[in-house]
Design a protein around this ligand. Structure first.
Ligand code: NAP
Length: 463
């Protein structure tokens, strides 16, 4: 019998347990009730995988570099994670995601730089992982810059997609040359390959508008997972392989879900601006917007049996969630049934509203998804739309020429009374007029989300 390598067994077993923790953690992240626990489990898996790597025979001589890198990365992540505002979360995810792609690309670079003999399949996987990781890295950094306001507008020029495709094909051809040449390729070729992959990531992201970035980030996230999975295979590291596959598939599903909830194919997000779509004239809006004040709204809600609150991007901007929850408790004390209705793409990132409401302490059992709540609107006395716009625009149901036609919406217009809280006549993300605001059963309560929620709390107290 061959010698039993105990250390190797422990290392592989630890990687396996870490991978299991990633999967179980992700499963728990599927519900807000268990999400925190899921994050802790996945985090424990990551710490285990990182620590056991110190004992890996191939990297023994790199202790100092590893410790410095972990120290710097850990400190930056801890401080930024503590400080980040909820509304800045998408760009933070973009940055972290970019780092993941960059790390996968760096691993590939180290493997390829060594120019060791390796089977062609492994060399091919290293090159493909390098390409995907590098594109995800530079693309995510552009996404970060756009969301952080460091880069404004979109950059477009004639034949842009042809030019992008050309860069991609040249990078792929060089990658193929590296694979076919075994250990004989030149370092210049490898450098050109990485530069082109970096450029491609930047070039595909700059023409996309900032508001579409969450979908793009989710796509890059899937790519990062794929790159990590490939490099895990190259390194024969099961934790990396499984983590990569899990992130790759979760990212792909999330990207599809977001695109579906916006009723746009992913190709439309990547290759055309929102609203560039074909189609004729959008339907003219009939009627006028009718204003109401906070005292009247408070009276209306105080005597309602059932109130549904629809939060949107504006609630996030105004950070009104705490005041909205205070108001909800007042209504509940008066005997009203209050429910929150969440559209899958309300706000600017998946789960945006759920996170804000959870932060304010709203219990999960009064928060409903689109499918669960939509049939309840006809029996709802008052719908309070706070900082939401596109997700309640009936044009998505009725106007085939509207850019959002076909997007599933919350049918707020079916309720007996609709109150819309917003600052003025500003449009939402789609830039189109909302027919709901002009409907007979709708009243507009103008003001910043937090100020209005505060006024409603005060008015309810005085009743
Ligand atoms: P929205 O359509 O973007 O509308 C937000 C509304 O909030 C605006 O009409 C604005 O009107 C109002 N507002 C802004 N600041 C406010 C403040 N301080 N107080 C009160 N109101 C304020 O938002 P949504 O209904 O949540 O829809 C989300 C949109 O983003 C959808 O079109 C979706 O497709 C898109 N999107 C979402 C995601 C995602 O993952 N969630 C990703 C990409 C794109 P005023 O300026 O008049 O106040």
């Amino acid at each position: 019998m061959e010698d039993f390598d105990l250390l190797n067994f422990v290392i592989q077993a630890t990687y396996f347990i870490a991978a299991l923790l990633f999967i179980l953690g992700l499963k728990q992240m599927g519900s807000p009730m268990t999400a925190r626990r899921g994050i802790v489990w996945a985090g424990v898996g990551m710490v285990m995988a990182t620590l056991i790597t110190y004992f890996h025979h191939e990297i023994n001589h790199n202790y100092i570099w590893m410790t410095i890198a972990i120290g710097i990365g850990g400190a930056i992540a801890y401080v930024s994670g503590k400080k980040v505002a909820m509304t800045d979360m998408p760009q933070m995810i973009a940055l972290y995601n970019g780092m993941g792609g960059g790390a996968a690309a760096a691993i590939a670079a180290v493997i390829l730089l060594k120019q060791d003999e390796m089977p062609m399949t492994i060399q091919a996987l290293a090159v493909i992982g390098a390409m995907i990781g590098t594109v995800a890295f530079s693309g995510s950094l552009v996404a970060y810059a756009k969301l952080q306001g460091l880069m404004r507008g979109v950059i477009r020029f004639p034949m842009q997609q042809f030019f992008n495709a050309l860069v991609f094909v040249v990078a792929l051809t060089i990658g193929l040359a590296i694979i076919l040449n075994g250990t004989e390729y030149s370092m210049t070729l490898l450098a050109v390959f990485f530069v082109l992959a970096l450029a491609f990531g930047v070039m595909v992201t700059v023409p996309i508008g900032g508001a579409d970035m969450p979908v793009v980030i989710s796509l890059f996230n899937a790519l990062t997972g794929l790159a990590v999975g490939f490099e895990g295979y190259v390194l024969s590291n099961p934790a990396m392989m499984i983590a990569g596959i899990v992130v790759g598939s979760a990212g792909t599903l999330l990207t599809q879900l977001m695109a579906k909830a916006m009723n746009r194919p992913i190709s439309n997000v990547l290759f055309s601006n929102f609203g560039d779509a074909d189609g004729g004239e959008a339907e003219a809006v009939n009627g006028s917007m009718k204003e109401i004040d906070a005292t009247d709204v408070a009276v209306m809600m105080a005597f309602a049996e059932k109130v549904v609150i629809i939060p949107g991007y504006g609630m996030a901007v105004a950070q009104a969630q705490h005041k909205v929850w205070e108001m909800t408790k007042q209504l509940q004390e008066r005997g009203a049934t209050v429910k929150f209705a969440i559209h899958p793409v309300a706000g600017r990132m998946p789960g945006h509203m759920n996170v804000l409401l959870a932060e304010a302490g709203v219990p999960y059992d009064i928060i409903y998804d689109l499918d669960e709540i939509n049939e309840e609107f006809p029996t709802t006395d008052v719908v309070l739309v706070i900082g939401a716009n596109d997700v309640v625009n009936p044009a998505a149901r009725t106007d085939p020429n509207s850019p959002i036609y076909g997007m599933p919406i919350l049918n707020a217009d079916y309720a007996k009374n609709v109150i819309v809280v917003k600052r003025g006549k500003g449009t939402g993300f789609s830039g189109i007029e909302n027919h709901l605001f002009f409907a007979d059963n709708t009243r507009m309560l103008y003001g910043d989300g937090q100020d209005v929620a505060n006024d409603l709390v005060t008015s309810l107290k005085e009743l």
